[in-house]
Design a binder for this molecule. Structure first.
Ligand code: ARG
Length: 463
């Protein structure tokens, strides 16, 4: 077949090399965006007086038909074309002949591919954001059902201080909300019209780029054609937003994997989200969570791979840039599917609050004993020493604060009177917190209400 650029060549391309550099197998995903961009370009040319009204109308009708066909017939977007841009143009020329051959006037695939990918990302970012909102909603739902249940928090994966289970769940929600915000930035970065840049130096027709931007819903137009045709910062930003989202999903997955082990038994994973073992009948494995953790490496790989691809490129378009698409497509699908999987897991979690509450007490209250001493005038360093000694003694005999007699309290420090034992509980510990970001029940209730409000207000970009 003839290629978009056959005229300059004496011989046909080597078949294997042509296949090697062809992107149609994967950039067909940009089909709809390419048609939308082409429709806009036809209008731009017509308004600039470059295309006759008749040609523009013929192109518009044919592109509409091509779009319709592509959306209804899954086998249509196919062929030996080099890429999706060549495919759409061939289809157009087959339908309207010379008018179709005029569409590429003043336009380059270099700006066209940037436009298509920007349109694609704008759609996909909206879809990912909707999944993130659903995930936050599922965490808020669990936080609501957890009520006033207590659990230990961990630093260095060693018991630290008692917290509300809802505080733990809302911690993950906080990270996911940041991810959502990062996609807002990724959207803003993609939201720029590159058309009018030509291959590199700009178009030599009086195209009203501001009108084109308005038509395609872009908030602004690129500022430099040389930069624009080779700029993929919006791809890097998107991959970064996805990578960090995966890092958060992976950490959440890790928490639920650990906390649902026989050893912890804090949460139960539903049968619907676990897998059995072909050999060991007792097993219920958290495969989806492990896969999310595993796929995080793959998404981070796309980000670092992409940055490595970009780093040595000279100014202007280079074919290396074609590598952006597989990185983006695989990443965006992986992230969306991972968020959904985690959402299903979270929605179906069961909390074993007798286990979490039992684990929240004991020596995890050591800081509270020290705080009590401080409240009674003892300098914190001295209090830390005293309580450290108590912990050492208690550990040696396998007891905890709750088992100590009044005399024993007094023996460690005269400020620890009869009242002390009754005050040192996990519940008392969380209730003693003061700051808005703390695990104090009133603070957590306010945080939960804020998250619920956010979920309601979040109506992300449309797909
Ligand atoms: N398939 C190409 C890509 O993805 C489209 C742009 C081609 N431009 C070119 N000068 N060969 O980047």
């Amino acid at each position: 077949m003839a290629h978009l650029w056959s005229g300059r060549f004496d011989s046909a391309p080597d078949e294997e090399v042509f296949q090697f550099q062809s992107s149609f197998a994967f950039d067909r995903r940009l089909f709809e965006d390419d048609v939308v961009g082409s429709l806009a370009w036809a209008e731009g040319l017509a308004s600039a007086g470059v295309l006759s009204a008749d040609d523009a109308a013929a192109i518009r009708a044919a592109l509409g038909e091509i779009r319709e066909r592509g959306l209804t017939d899954p086998d249509f977007v196919d062929g030996d074309d080099e890429d999706v841009h060549a495919f759409v143009e061939r289809q157009l020329i087959e339908r309207v002949g010379d008018a179709g051959k005029r569409l590429h006037t003043g336009r380059s695939r270099n700006e066209q591919v940037s436009l298509d990918l920007r349109l694609y990302l704008r759609r996909r970012i909206g879809a990912i954001q909707r999944e993130l909102v659903a995930l936050v909603d599922s965490l808020a739902g669990q936080a609501t059902s957890a009520g006033s249940a207590l659990m230990p928090s961990y630093t260095h994966l060693r018991r630290a201080q008692p917290i509300l289970v809802s505080h733990f769940l809302l911690a993950h929600a906080a990270a996911v909300r940041r991810d959502h915000g990062r996609f807002v930035s990724a959207y803003v970065e993609a939201d720029v019209l590159p058309l009018g840049s030509g291959a590199i130096a700009g178009a030599s027709y009086p195209i009203d780029t501001a009108a084109l931007a308005r038509r395609l819903g872009f908030s602004r137009v690129v500022s430099n054609s040389l930069d624009a045709t080779a700029d993929r910062d919006f791809v890097s930003t998107f991959l970064h937003a996805c990578s960090l989202t995966m890092v958060h999903l992976s950490r959440m997955a890790e928490d639920f994997i650990i906390f649902s082990t026989e050893e912890f038994g804090f949460f139960g994973l539903s049968d619907a989200v676990t897998t059995g073992s072909s050999l060991m009948p007792q097993k219920k494995n958290p495969d989806p969570l492990e896969l999310v953790r595993g796929k995080t490496g793959r998404v981070i790989g796309h980000l670092s791979g992409w940055l490595a691809t970009m780093k040595g490129l000279p100014s202007g378009y280079n074919k290396d840039l074609q590598e952006d698409k597989q990185a983006v497509f695989d990443t965006d699908e992986t992230v969306q599917r991972s968020v959904r999987a985690v959402t299903v897991v979270v929605r179906s979690l069961t909390l074993h609050d007798t286990r979490t509450e039992a684990a929240a007490s004991g020596l995890a209250l050591a800081t509270d004993v020290a705080d009590l001493l401080v409240a009674r005038g003892v300098p914190f360093r001295e209090a830390h020493e005293v309580v450290g000694r108590m912990v050492r003694d208690l550990l040696a005999v396998g007891r905890d604060f709750a088992a100590m007699t009044t005399d024993e309290w007094q023996g460690y420090h005269p400020a620890l009177d009869a009242d002390a034992a009754s005050r040192i509980t996990a519940r008392g510990s969380v209730e003693a917190r003061h700051t808005p970001q703390s695990t104090a029940p009133t603070a957590v209730a306010a945080a939960l209400a804020d998250v619920q409000r956010w979920v309601e207000e979040s109506t992300p970009g449309s797909d």
